[in-house]
Design a protein around this ligand. Structure first.
Ligand code: NAP
Length: 281
């Protein structure tokens, strides 16, 4: 296995995040997630993206502690689930995540969804600021926040989020949110970056065509599109050869015509829930 070094992005609080990482949604706790995280670290990934909701923080932590890469060279993200919004609940939920991970700190903690119907994300953010002040998280951010949720948060926050992790891929490129991120120095991280488990995006003939030109797979072409757009990208796979393939994207470049053609795939259709209406617990 060839170990590759990923570039990093400097967040607005001065810390660096690897621009490419492994997502572990729908990866079973125990042997499956441990094997995926181990394969990723061996291939050169230094960012692992989990969440309390995924139910696999224990396995992620086991693989991280078992790896021979020093803890400070790894970047671990986890997320607070919707049922745990509110100041005290968030502090408790963080303790539970840290215990499952078996780590002293997490690199980044995200509010998983804004759940506007509950109206608690600002109060939840106060707990995040507290965890950050205590040094138990190195960076705090949000996920699935639209510009109007960010407006409300920024107005009341003492510390601004470093990242907004959202559904983002060529079908749903989040152009407005990306402009908002640039304006406010909030890095944008793409979830379901290769279109999620449905697989429709990777069947696009255009991606196969561009892939043939560069001798790369459709997944590698899409991952490269994210990287060249300055996005943080966290493709998920449970297969070691795909995990390796998804990081093997630093030896070629898409040209302007490739990028424009991929942009034209935009449909404006999400594969996941709409953050304004999703109210799952
Ligand atoms: N914040 C949020 O609300 C949120 C929501 C969704 C996801 N996320 C995060 O984002 C990560 C990525 O999103 P995702 O898991 O939804 O979707 P994704 O990474 O876009 O796609 C994953 C799917 O693509 C397949 N795949 C991976 N590499 C491939 C390759 N090289 N060729 C062909 N197929 C390939 C995987 O199958 P195999 O595993 O079988 O290889 C899986 O079915 C998640 O794991 C999670 O960490 C966050």
């Amino acid at each position: 296995m060839v170990r590759i070094t990923t570039p990093t992005i400097r967040l607005n609080n001065g810390i660096s995040i690897p621009q490419l990482g492994l997502g572990v949604w729908q990866t079973r706790d125990g042997a499956e997630v441990e094997a995926a995280v181990t394969a990723a670290i061996d291939a050169g990934y230094r960012l692992i993206d989990t969440a309390a909701y995924y139910g696999n923080e224990t396995g992620v932590g086991n693989a991280i502690r078992a790896s021979n890469v020093p803890r400070e060279e790894l970047f671990v993200t986890t997320k607070l689930w919707n049922a745990d919004h509110g100041y005290e609940n968030a502090l408790k939920a963080f303790d539970a995540s840290l215990e499952k991970l078996g780590l002293d700190y997490v690199d980044m903690y995200l509010i998983h969804w804004p759940v506007p119907a509950r109206g608690l994300f600002v109060e939840t953010w106060r707990a995040f600021e507290e965890l950050y002040a205590q040094g138990r998280v190195k960076a705090i951010g949000v996920s699935n926040f639209q510009p109007h949720h960010l407006d409300e948060l920024l107005e009341k926050a003492t510390i601004q989020p470093v990242v907004d992790q959202v559904e983002l891929h060529p079908y749903f490129p989040q152009t407005k949110l990306r402009d908002y991120g640039k304006l406010h120095d909030i890095a944008i991280e793409s979830w379901s970056p290769i279109g999620g488990s449905g697989g429709a995006l990777l069947k696009e003939p255009l991606l196969h065509e561009i892939g043939e030109k560069h001798d790369k797979s459709p997944a590698q072409i899409v991952i490269r599109w994210h990287l060249q757009n300055g996005l943080i990208v966290i493709p998920k796979s449970v297969h070691a050869e795909r995990i390796q393939q998804n990081i093997d994207v630093f030896d070629f470049e898409l040209d302007l015509a490739d990028m424009a053609a991929i942009n034209s795939l935009q449909t404006g259709v999400r594969v996941g829930p709409n953050p304004d209406t999703a109210n799952f617990q």
